[in-house]
Design a protein around this ligand. Structure first.
Ligand code: DGY
Length: 318
């Protein structure tokens, strides 16, 4: 059996596969593989480990006739035409759970970084501008007593809420279904998206990207935010009307925003570099040593299971 890995990921993925006698080839460069190259290099592969930067569309799927399983090295799978893969009897898997803590930690990091002007304060120090304590230097917001609006109460949304609750915040959430345990544990309240946008001091987005969530947080919703609001997105850029959000930030209509993901990733809207009320990160949600190794192993284990005629541990269901 053959597996193709589209980028260098922790070596445990390759080691686990090879320990089961599977041949592994990987793209040696640390940049996204071109579609033609992927098709050429993976043509004999029964298993594929793909990244969120690889578009696995009909053309790719049709060009890899032996493929049985696509193991995406991410929890998000909007880069894969899952429906089409499934119609060709190809199983698609992702890496949920194991990156939840890493991503929730990052969302909270962005909240605090935005709330306390950390980036600018740090740059101020490096620019050697510090002349001593000043009563009004870089004033920001405390979290106690603030309302946190979680958009998408899946695993990562819930873990982010738990962390923020410990700062003395009140949790409201927008989700398709009611989350009874979440409500009990955190006294969280389910509200409409409009109510959430209007009443939250801190908004954190945790929605998967699909047809229903694409640009869900549009102009109309964004206009409802408080002038003191902090808006954080660690999910997918396309769920928000990014251009309009940037306009609000430019006109100081909200306090601050933290971006880990972008509308046209990997391209970043140039305006963002010019704004001093944003924190911009290079899609680091799952970027912990722990999460990335576990993700590699889970991808391989899913492939091994499929090769052995078993169910994958984390098959994507749409
Ligand atoms: C994922 O796995 O989908 C995340 O976006 C990685 O940070």
């Amino acid at each position: 059996m053959n597996v193709y890995i589209t980028r260098k990921i922790p070596s445990s993925a390759k080691e686990l596969l090879e320990s089961k006698g599977i041949n592994v080839k990987e793209y040696p460069k640390d940049k996204p593989i071109l579609k033609e190259e992927l098709i050429r290099n993976a043509k004999d592969a029964e298993g594929l480990i793909s990244l969120l930067t690889d578009k696995i569309d009909k053309e790719v799927i049709d060009s890899l006739p032996k493929l049985k399983v696509i193991a995406n090295y991410a929890v998000g799978f909007n880069n894969i035409d899952v429906k089409y893969a499934n119609s060709k009897n190809i199983t698609v898997t992702n890496t949920p759970d194991i990156l939840t803590d890493a991503t929730a930690d990052l969302a909270v990091t962005l909240v605090l970084t935005c709330a306390r002007n950390i980036i600018h304060a740090e740059k101020f120090m490096r620019d050697k501008k510090f002349e001593g304590w000043k009563p009004k230097l870089f004033l920001g917001y405390e979290l106690r007593g603030k309302t946190v609006g979680i958009i998408g109460a899946g695993r990562i949304g819930i873990e982010t809420a738990k962390r923020l609750k410990s700062f003395g915040t009140k949790i409201i959430y927008y989700n398709r279904s009611k989350k009874i345990d979440f409500e009990k544990e955190l006294e969280a309240k389910k509200v409409t998206l409009k109510k959430l946008m209007k009443t939250s001091d801190i908004i954190s987005v945790h929605l998967p990207l699909n047809d229903k969530t694409n640009c869900l947080i549009d102009k109309e919703h964004l206009d409802l935010m408080k002038s003191s609001a902090i808006f954080i997105n660690t999910a997918r850029g396309e769920v928000v009307d990014e251009k309009y959000l940037i306009r609000l930030l430019k006109n100081k209509k909200i306090f601050s925003a933290g971006f880990d993901v972008y509308f046209e990733e990997p391209n970043v809207n140039n305006e963002l570099y010019k704004l001093n009320n944003v924190v911009i990160l290079p899609h680091l949600g799952s970027a912990s040593f722990e999460a990335r190794s576990k993700m590699a192993e889970l991808c391989s284990q899913n492939i091994i299971n499929i090769f052995n005629g078993k169910r994958a541990l984390t098959e994507v269901k749409i």
